[in-house]
Design a protein around this ligand. Structure first.
Ligand code: AHM
Ligand code: MG
Length: 341
């Protein structure tokens, strides 16, 4: 007989005891994310069928074109976080400023959420995996409207983080700082079921993920590391495979399961890197560490970076410990100018 299926809602309730200070609040917050994820998943799945694809015609604050599904996902997560009253404010990749909820209920909420509602959006209209990334903090202000300080906390202060991957199946993977667990959506009944308990990054692997088209603009240490990945060596199973989807969540998820490293360094064009610290790198860094992996900007732990702005960017190297440390070693050996040709 098969093992009993554990649903995400059962799991959230079982783990509620991990948070004596949070009582049911964090559970309710995670349940809101679960619901919004299902709604976004429904729209993502019918994206090819209805007239929802294509450019929305607006640009987000980084000057990138927004697509309709980004807007839809953004609106749904913003609404879902407001409704339960646990969250006093939300910051999103799609909004220049954070949103401080107006209702009295929400202003009593103890948490703030940071979110990339639909990451990898360039992949939407070509039917390639995309994802949602979220990060949860306790507010530092006492009550009332959320403040900027509530959002500008280092990643070490996260109390939970996760992602949803809309891929060949839809999964929700999250941590409440007590390991990482993955749930696969059974679309026939609309329920997330525990499919990947206690996920762990293999300590090493044979995959490196990077946009190799940028090679010429990479720092010397990263160029040298990539050359190392491509060399032949039986003992370390090199050359490694290069796998790059261009959706951070999908590349990260694959590497966590199979073992690998993801590199998005500073480049000649993006001197500070491309990926956003607060709602892309920090949540994945927390998940990586909770799964026994490592995340760094090449000099320091991602989680220890003090954020200065909501949309701050950072170089990112994340994945299997031994592979990240090898890349760091190359950066030390070949310091060079950041993003120097
Ligand atoms: P987005 O937030 O505009 O979707 O951009 C983030 C995405 C990541 O998912 C991915 O790792 C990266 O951008 C890919 O960038 P590039 O096309 O430069 O390789
Ligand atoms: Mg993004």
């Amino acid at each position: 007989m098969k093992n009993k299926v554990t649903t995400l809602s059962e799991f959230i309730v079982e783990r509620q005891g991990d948070f004596p200070f949070a009582k049911g609040e964090l559970s309710r917050l995670l349940s809101s994310i679960r619901l919004a994820a299902k709604i976004v998943n429904r729209e993502v799945n019918k994206a090819g069928l209805v007239d929802i694809l294509g450019e929305e015609g607006t640009q987000n604050i980084q000057g990138e074109s927004q697509q309709k599904l980004d807007v839809f996902a953004n609106e749904h997560f913003i609404k879902a976080m407001e409704n339960q009253g646990e969250v006093c404010g939300i910051a999103s990749e799609e909004n220049e400023n954070f949103i401080a909820y107006e209702s009295e209920l929400a202003q009593n909420g103890k948490y703030v959420v940071m979110i990339d509602p639909l990451d990898g959006s360039a992949n939407i209209d070509v039917n390639v995996s995309i994802g949602t990334i979220f990060s949860i903090y306790r507010r530092v202000s006492k009550s009332g409207r959320a403040t900027l300080e509530d959002f500008l906390q280092p990643g070490t202060k996260q109390i939970a983080a996760g992602y949803i991957i809309y891929g060949s199946s839809t999964m929700l993977v999250y941590t409440t700082c007590n390991g990482v667990n993955g749930f696969t959506l059974d679309p026939s009944i609309g329920v997330f079921c525990l499919s990947h308990p206690n996920m762990k990054f293999p300590s090493t692997g044979t995959i490196y993920s990077t946009n190799q088209g940028n090679f010429v603009h990479y720092p010397e240490g990263i160029k040298q590391y990539i050359r190392y990945c491509q060399e032949e060596d039986l003992a370390t199973k090199r050359p490694y495979s290069c796998r790059y989807i261009g959706s951070l969540v999908a590349d990260f998820h694959r590497n966590m399961i199979k073992g690998g490293v993801f590199l998005y360094p500073q480049t000649f064009k993006n001197k500070k890197g491309k990926l956003r610290l607060l709602y892309e790198c920090n949540p994945l860094a927390l998940i990586a560490e909770q799964a026994g992996g490592k995340a760094t900007n090449g000099e320091k732990r991602i989680l220890e970076i003090t954020p200065q702005g909501l949309h701050q960017r950072t170089p990112l190297m994340v994945g299997s410990v031994e592979m990240v440390e090898k890349a760091e070693e190359f950066l030390r050996r070949f310091p060079g100018e950041k993003g120097e040709r």
